[in-house]
Design a protein around this ligand. Structure first.
Ligand SMILES: [Zn+2]
Length: 362
């Protein structure tokens, strides 16, 4: 009798192990995120609007399969400050080449948003420019440092050999301004936008450069791309939209979005970036309010915005908003296994996984 029970336990355990291996085998392989061809659109450079100011701004953008990440080079006559790095190793090497081409000394690399698509590239920049200081506001620095090992693991899973690892810590600076050759750059440390698995009030630092009438809001704004709405709430979105309306009141020449396909960068205007971001949030809210499921929201947004790139943000953000944590693995085998489980159990497990991740990363 005892032997029979033991052998059934053994058989169940064996089947369970086989099931786990089968599910794991269905996981998403690392993307081929090294571009084979390059968008020929040149990087745009903006000149100071204040007479006598030496400042210029160059907008570096990675390719579509590198998630269209913006980095900004704020250039003086002798120094350059970089705002936001890149997601992958190869994109970061090209960003480093672009910095080198300026012939200027890289003094600061500033991070305004503690998400890996903007922070991982520091790993490459640190090697190429060992004297540069990697800085962020105290709140952004705390979260970036806390998330480093998780970010490294996710970057390797997503980008394979092209992951820019290991993460470099961005040290806290409690400044409201930085100067480059005596010209002021303002740091607004209390702005809100994309949060992902963070808390809805996760702060962003927005850079405002008066000499250029330029605003660098990173993932508070996108252009020609789906926006990451995951983790936002009705209240946080109201605040987010109000900020955008406040920016619209400013006299701005340039607004650099966190993500933009380089192919349309020539069409990018300050007003266009702010309007796209504001209307996208409104459309997303309307889709949320009129849908029962995450899939419905996704279909509505894809139908409304068939031309937008960066659909990964739409999928990720919507799964997060519906607390469908298991879908963040993008594993079809896991999803088909989950279909056999009771819905209440799946929701409970999703919520548990979400809570654990949120606690670990915040
Ligand atoms: Zn981003």
């Amino acid at each position: 009798m005892k032997t029979k029970v033991l052998s059934s336990v053994g058989a169940v355990t064996f089947l369970f192990i086989v099931l786990v291996f089968w599910i794991q085998g269905g996981g998403q392989a690392a993307e081929n995120s090294v571009p084979m061809e390059f968008d020929a659109t040149p990087f745009r450079t903006y000149n100071a609007v204040v007479p006598g100011s030496p400042l210029k701004l160059r907008h570096f953008i990675s390719e579509s399969n590198e998630i269209n990440v913006s980095s900004s080079l704020i250039m003086g006559e002798h120094e350059v400050i970089v705002v936001a790095t890149q997601a992958t190793k190869f994109a970061s090497e090209r960003l480093a080449d672009e910095i080198e081409k300026t012939g200027l000394k890289l003094t600061y690399v500033l991070l305004g948003h503690p998400h890996l698509d903007h922070s991982q590239g520091a790993s490459v920049l640190k090697q190429r420019f060992p004297d540069a200081k990697f800085v962020a506001s105290p709140a952004v620095s705390r979260l970036q440092k806390l998330r480093m090992s998780d970010d490294d693991a996710r970057a390797v899973k997503r980008f394979g050999d092209n992951a820019a690892v290991p993460s470099v810590p961005f040290e806290p600076i409690d400044y409201e301004t930085l100067t480059i050759e005596g010209r002021e750059i303002q740091l607004w440390n209390d702005q809100y936008g994309d949060v992902g698995i963070g808390h809805e009030d996760e702060p962003h630092t927005v850079v405002y450069i008066p000499d250029l009438k330029a605003l660098l809001p990173n993932d508070i704004c996108y252009f020609g791309a789906h926006m990451m709405m995951g983790g936002s709430t009705k209240e946080s979105r109201a605040k987010w939209k109000q900020q955008l309306r406040d920016y619209m009141e400013m006299d701005l020449e340039v607004v650099i979005p966190g993500h933009i396909p380089r192919s349309i960068s020539a069409q990018m205007t300050a007003k266009g970036v702010l309007e796209h971001s504001h209307s996208y949030i409104e459309a997303y809210e309307a889709a949320l309010d009129s849908s029962e499921t995450s899939d419905e929201v996704i279909v509505k947004m894809l139908n409304q915005y068939p031309q937008l790139e960066h659909t990964s943000a739409l999928y990720l953000g919507t799964y997060l908003n519906f607390k469908e944590t298991h879908r963040l693995f993008f594993n079809p085998r896991l999803e088909s296994a989950v279909a056999y489980l009771p819905k209440s159990f799946v929701s409970w497990a999703d919520q548990m996984m979400f809570n654990a991740k949120q606690e670990e990363l915040n």
